[in-house]
Write a protein that binds this ligand. Structure first.
Ligand SMILES: [Zn+2]
Ligand SMILES: [Zn+2]
Length: 449
């Protein structure tokens, strides 16, 4: 047995032994953590009951999305469903409890909460191994140091340990306990001392530059004998359609400086054709707006509306290509579309803008939106289809390429921010609303398409 497996097995055996008969026998382990971690908190719950320890504080769980997150912007009916009967006057305690259940978890995103929950379970498992579960909370600075040292034996990396520390802090804050290692500079010193031996050179990830975007838009179906087309079962055409999706996904994400998660959330009806043209801006006739409903740091759900103009070279026109791709792939907006009336809520009838391929790649899966890692894979594959080395790019290359191309072409930073959703600049926003969307087209224009 190799060193790591041996250490893991010994750790797990000790935990099973300490948890005792009836609990320790059929333990499930989380297969994805470097520090051995129980798969669920149930064994700890049983163990604590035997110790007659009060464990609700160790085990509180708010990792599930709350109703007000799940409603994705349709919050009025969601609140209505949660609110007390109009004839009742809830006590202060009842209202506070409701606040804590429905609002407070959203201090952090649902994904972060899920990760923190796993980290807490790692720490609880460690505390069982160490035999200190009843003394775990509040964690002293020394307990944190002991945990970090013991974790290192499992070759845990700095990013994971930083997350652990974040989880520990959040846990204590939530329970209103003294937060360990929270003095000024503590965190910095902690990361410094670990990076001194764990620091590594980062893999270079290139941005998708303007030339690459042009290559992506020039991707073409290879000539082949007359065929019945995708619907008639031509495999060459079908393969092309899926590869074209990859190329367009990469090009569009780059030009709007998007993150993979934002592209993943796009539906076909999030492209608003000729939006500014209809508002009387002749110069932008034929362009389109991409409705990005929520961006990462956009915690107030303001959304962003980057623009795509009409290209001088028709073969490089993203608008035309999107229209053609949607038509070929059967992805047109459907009747009953709700996007224009509720731009921030998911439309229940329209398909994704860049649907994932079904297993085997025979068709597009319209039943759900792609995940952001699936979009990231599309972007990298797109670059591969047009001859770039996929090992030099990742999903983040799109956003980097968009922002750096725009900066190189002198797009003013506050306008770029509006296009890229980087930050909010109230003055610039007002200007654009009053004047013209011209500046919003500058990021697209930077690509010289
Ligand atoms: Zn064909
Ligand atoms: Zn729709």
């Amino acid at each position: 047995m190799d060193y790591r497996k041996e250490r893991r097995a010994a750790f797990q055996a000790t935990v099973a032994f300490r948890l005792g008969p009836g609990v320790g026998e059929a333990l499930g382990w989380n297969a994805r953590t470097t520090i051995p971690t129980l798969a669920t908190d149930e064994p700890i719950r049983l163990f604590a009951a035997r110790l007659r320890a009060e464990v609700s504080e160790w085990l509180y769980d708010e990792s599930r999305p709350v109703a007000l997150e799940e409603c994705e912007g349709r919050w009025r009916p969601a609140v209505r469903a949660l609110a007390a009967n109009p004839l009742d006057v809830p006590s202060v305690a009842e209202s506070v409890a409701a606040f804590n259940a429905h609002i407070r978890p959203m201090e952090r995103g649902a994904r972060t909460r899920g990760k923190y929950k796993t980290h807490r379970l790692s720490i609880l498992t460690w505390a069982v191994w160490k035999g200190i579960l009843p003394q775990l909370l509040p964690m002293s600075d020394d307990l944190v140091r002991a945990f970090v040292w013991d974790s290192l034996a499992f070759e845990t990396t700095l990013p994971v340990l930083k997350h652990s520390l974040g989880a520990i802090k959040a846990w204590h804050q939530r329970l209103q306990l003294r937060v360990p290692l929270d003095a000024a500079g503590d965190f910095r010193r902690f990361t410094y001392s670990l990076s001194r031996f764990q620091g590594v050179q980062r893999r270079i990830i290139f941005p998708i530059h303007a030339r690459a975007v042009r290559s992506l838009l020039r991707f073409q179906l290879e000539p082949h004998p007359p065929c019945p087309g995708v619907a008639g079962g031509c495999t060459v055409c079908r393969l092309f359609l899926h590869q074209w999706r990859d190329c367009l996904c990469a090009a569009l994400t780059t030009v709007v400086c998007g993150r993979c998660a934002e592209t993943a959330a796009l539906q076909v009806c999030d492209r608003w054709e000729n939006y500014d043209g209809l508002a009387g801006y002749r110069r932008f006739e034929g362009g389109s707006l991409i409705n990005i409903k929520v961006r990462k740091n956009d915690q107030i759900r303001e959304g962003h509306r980057p623009r795509i103009g009409v290209s001088k070279d028709p073969s490089l026109d993203i608008n035309d290509q999107l229209t053609a791709f949607f038509r070929e792939a059967g992805l047109t907006p459907r009747k009953g579309c709700t996007k224009r009336s509720e731009p921030q809520a998911p439309c229940l009838v329209c398909p994704p803008m860049f649907p994932r391929s079904t297993r085997g790649g025979k068709a597009f899966d319209l039943s759900r939106l792609p995940r952001s890692d699936e979009v990231s894979a599309m972007i990298v594959r797109g670059l591969e289809h047009v001859g770039y080395d996929p090992s030099l790019f990742s999903g983040i290359s799109a956003r980097r390429g968009g922002i750096s191309t725009a900066i190189e072409k002198g797009v003013p930073e506050h306008i770029l921010w509006m296009q890229s959703g980087h930050a909010q600049d109230a003055a610039a926003r007002r200007y654009v609303r009053l004047g013209s969307p011209a500046l919003l087209y500058d990021t697209w224009a930077a690509f010289g398409l």
